[in-house]
Design a protein around this ligand. Sequence first.
Ligand code: KG4
Ligand code: ZN
Length: 341
Amino acid sequence: MRCLGIESSCDETGVAVYDIDLGLLAQGLHSQIEIHARYGGVVPEIASRDHVRRLIPLVEQVLGEADLAIDSLTGVAYTAGPGLAGALLVGAAFARALAYARNLPAIGVHHLEGHLLALMLEPAPPAYPFLALLVSGGHTLLVEVGGVGRYRVLGESLDDAAGEAFDKTASLLGLPYPGGPALARLAEQGDPKRFRFPRPMTGRPGLDFSFSGLKTHAAVTFRELGDDAARADVARAFEEAVVDTLAIKCRRALVATGLSRLVVAGGVAANARLRTTLAALGEKHQVSVHYPRPALCTDNGAMIAYAGCQRLAAGERGPLGFTVRPRWSLSDLAPPDSSPE
Ligand code: KG4
Ligand code: ZN
């Protein structure tokens, strides 16, 4: 099985080819960040139109660079949800049309399943089961991963995702979109002793998150002081609160499940303070902590090619007609052998 993977759920066009025996053969990405930056966030219609423009040239480029003939593909996988409806439809329509024209099986992949399995593309991936912390601009989840399609959602954000909270707070501090990485850099210069922000939802049992209050806390603190020097201190207090909260819930989930492997994925996994904090936690509790390389942490076609390939290789097939699911719970998924789409 050799799968073309197409990712178009948000503002990144991702294309890759994964071979079940040979591994990842090729990948390419086109990010729309610059186009959306001037609007301060992703504009869905602009995202869809850019996917339309970029997808075919990117597929040609990826196949060309790896010297792969289109005839060598034996399956097509695409992100079917969750995400922006129009953006998803572009990838789904392209993938389904290509599969139909080439008489190949096609499959719609859950975007978060892609993120959860991305680490499997690395040379020495951890064994199942593991605890996954997925922290991106769109999602914050703690999931027990028992294998392909075996997911138990232990906790999730009830409002803003961690990355979204970073971006919104960065914007309140006057940093350009997407401000997560810039806020992290600013926080480095901040005084850690000046402010202490709350660690939301850690005072009661449970593994859910809530980050929107922290953003407001940061905004109020900054506005009341009105002094520009406070920006870095606010950034520092905000970052420490988010990272601490994530670490507290990870520890709780590890204790509750007895798992000894932690996998961190999504754009916020790039955060240096989160990495240091989780490394210390891992050491203290004899838990190994794993990260996919940065290009596999953020949205990409490789994780979709991988997840789709596993399901197609197990015999799962999607119907000829197709739909996308802008809202789609991870809990709806089942292992490949028991779930004809
Ligand atoms: O997974 P991802 O690339 O995209 C989607 O969510 O679709 O994650 C992007 C998110 C953004 O919110 C970005 O600000 C955040 O990850 N991010 C960071 C850092 N690098 C990226 N947040 C905090 N610290 C970072 N170093
Ligand atoms: Zn994503």
